[in-house]
Design a protein around this ligand. Structure first.
Ligand code: ADP
Length: 211
């Protein structure tokens, strides 16, 4: 599979915006899910860039070894096995997966820490994670972003993914989009700016307040 042309990188509003402090903060979690290449990371980064004092990425807890270029919180809260198990025992980690012996999960404490700073945690999350979040928190908004397969392929090439990864991600695409109807909202992420505006509107209508 070869890309026929290189995708344009989306144009972004580069100016961070202050949050309107008169609007009450409603603690809520916003899940942004979708097939690889749909734009989840880009959207999450843009929301945080625009409103750094309102949004933050929700970072999972993981037992895998930290790589040389990584640090605490980037991309995980790194803990050892006994610490992870204790966090599960105490109920703090309320959802986790084990792959190749490495554990990764979501911690309630880190979510509450963000709420205490009046920040909305943003997270990509499959349906198992969504169910766990919804069973533990009152306000969870789930948004599925997607794009058509040919566009996804162009974006994966444009992002510089390895050819094998592109093949695998395109295979996963068909399976992944079947989950779309189970999310609260589905957005076709064609124009990034419009996607961001739609997401802000969704959050606003859920009670978070106009920026
Ligand atoms: P994901 O996190 O869902 O795997 P990324 O955020 O890494 O996807 O986006 C994949 C590529 O697509 C990136 O190169 C990004 O710049 C680009 N991209 C994201 N949104 C759009 C868009 N609306 N239009 C064009 N390119 C986009």
């Amino acid at each position: 599979m070869t890309a026929t042309n290189t995708p344009q990188q989306p144009t972004l509003n580069q100016t961070p915006t202050a949050v309107n402090r008169n609007v009450p903060f409603v603690p809520q979690i916003v899940v942004i899910e979708g097939p690889s290449g749909a734009g989840k990371d880009t959207i999450i980064k843009e929301l945080i860039h625009r409103y750094p004092d309102r949004f933050a990425k929700l970072v999972s807890v993981a037992t895998r070894a930290m790589r040389p270029y990584e640090s605490e919180g980037h991309p995980y809260h790194f803990v050892d096995n006994p610490t992870f198990d204790a966090m599960v025992q105490s109920g703090d980690i309320f959802e986790f997966t084990i792959r190749h012996g490495e554990k990764r999960g979501m911690s309630e404490r880190y979510i509450n820490d963000l709420f205490a700073e009046h920040k909305i945690p943003l997270k990509d999350c499959d349906l198992v994670g969504v169910r766990a979040l919804k069973s533990r928190f009152n306000h969870v908004t789930t948004i599925f972003v997607t794009a058509d397969k040919a566009e996804i392929e162009r974006r994966l090439h444009g992002r510089g993914d390895a050819p094998d990864d592109i093949v695998r991600r395109l295979q996963d695409y068909d399976h992944c989009v079947l989950d779309a109807p189970h999310y609260d909202y589905v957005i076709n992420n064609v124009d990034l700016q419009k996607t961001i505006d739609k997401i802000l509107n969704i959050i606003y209508n859920k009670g978070y307040g106009k920026q």
